[in-house]
Design a protein around this ligand. Structure first.
Ligand code: GN1
Ligand code: MG
Length: 363
């Protein structure tokens, strides 16, 4: 994560907020949400007597090395969805709306070289860590299926790869093996069981990336980070109204998105849960999620994509476990952590979910 201090960050946020073409007077700005990568803030403005909120993010430019390309993807994707939903009720709550800076660009730079963006704060929605019912799972599945369908005809050029090889299990394993062999922060011993699990599962984990490489899985525009708290549910109807966190929207297989949904929607506990007895795969949520997803995605899915849906859940849970473990072994420089074992605990949570998923789908 970026190492700018908290107080400096608030000051930078305030001055960046004033760079955007927002009417009215800035009343306040404060940290918001719990993302692991970017810094997020909410601002409140008085617009001629009406209070309006905006969201601001400082893009993590260690993770996203070309924020300009990222924002190019972001504006294209949101404009495309906005055009598709024109005239529908709640139009401006159905996708993020980018606010431009006063100079016309979709971002501004701060005194330390940081990159900031702003968008309308989507009101009347919530983002959850754990699904509360199969019906909610169905809505989440439909929301992501609809998102992919809306972007299926995004005009060329191909989107930028904001993080090359993001879901490439092969390159993730190369990095993992280097981390184990180097053991630079002397944590491999503590993680020996998890390392053994990763070694035993390597071959199976390659299935989706091999499918993309040999073209048995088509490349499509996908989100690549559809953990359920990146999807906003309408407070009034429960509908999955808006898919957020668009940093990783880029080419891939739609199975990456289905997989991340299965990982987060079908577990009875979130990825931060340390009591592993609570981490359990629930097939009722899985069935509802996939029914909702297919109600939208059947329009474009191939037979091979459908066949691999259950495997996709295992695969994305596996790649997250591998990434948390690698970050632990490398000394926690990627994910935000609040204790030394944090990434190892997250890895253990994800391995517990894989075991539960295996036991359920096999039985
Ligand atoms: C990160 O940005 P956020 O917190 O939604 C990560 C995802 C992981 C997730 C695990 C760019 O997502 O890949 O699934 O943490 N995003 C990036 O919670 O690495
Ligand atoms: Mg993200």
């Amino acid at each position: 994560m970026q190492d700018t201090s908290h107080t400096t960050l608030i000051a930078l946020a305030r001055s960046a907020a004033l760079d955007f073409a927002i009417y009215g007077d800035l009343e306040s700005i404060a940290p918001f949400g719990g993302g692991l990568i970017n810094h997020t803030f909410v601002s409140v403005w008085d617009q001629a007597g009406t209070r309006v909120r905006y969201l601001h993010q400082r893009i993590n430019d260690k993770v996203f090395t070309r924020p300009d390309q990222l924002m190019d993807n972001f504006t294209r994707v949101t404009a495309h969805i906005a055009a598709k939903t024109a005239g529908m009720p709640n139009h401006s709550r159905r996708t993020l709306t980018v606010v431009r800076a006063r100079n016309g660009l979709p971002y501004t730079r701060d005194a330390e070289g940081g990159w900031w963006r702003a968008y309308l704060f989507v009101e009347g929605v919530c983002a959850k860590q754990v699904a509360s019912s199969p019906e909610e799972a169905r809505m989440l599945g439909a929301g992501v299926g609809r998102f992919q369908k809306q972007l299926a005809d995004l005009p060329l050029p191909r989107l930028h790869e904001t993080i090359p090889n993001f879901h490439n299990m092969e390159t993730r394993y190369t990095r993992f093996h280097t981390a184990v062999a180097g053991d630079l922060v002397k944590r491999a011993h503590e993680a020996r069981e998890e390392i053994a699990f990763m070694e035993a599962n390597e071959e199976r984990g390659l299935i989706l990336i091999r499918g993309l490489q040999n073209k048995s899985l088509p490349e499509r525009v996908c989100h690549n980070d559809t953990k359920m708290n990146n999807i906003f549910l309408d407070d009034a109807t429960g509908e999955a109204l808006c898919v957020a966190d668009l940093d990783t929207v880029m080419p891939g297989t739609v199975l990456f998105d289905v997989g991340d949904l299965i990982r987060t929607v079908c577990s009875r506990a979130g990825e931060e849960e340390r009591d592993l007895a609570k981490v359990a795969f629930d097939p009722r949520f899985f069935d509802a999620l996939i029914a909702g997803y297919c109600s939208e995605a059947n329009a474009f899915l191939t037979k091979e994509e459908k066949r691999l849906i259950p495997e996709a859940g295992r695969n994305i849970t596996h790649i997250m476990a591998l990434r948390f473990l690698t970050d632990y072994l490398e000394g926690d420089h990627y994910y935000a952590t609040s204790r030394p074992e944090h990434n190892l605990d997250r890895c253990r949570n994800q391995i517990a979910l894989i075991k539960s998923l295996d036991a359920t789908l096999r039985g």
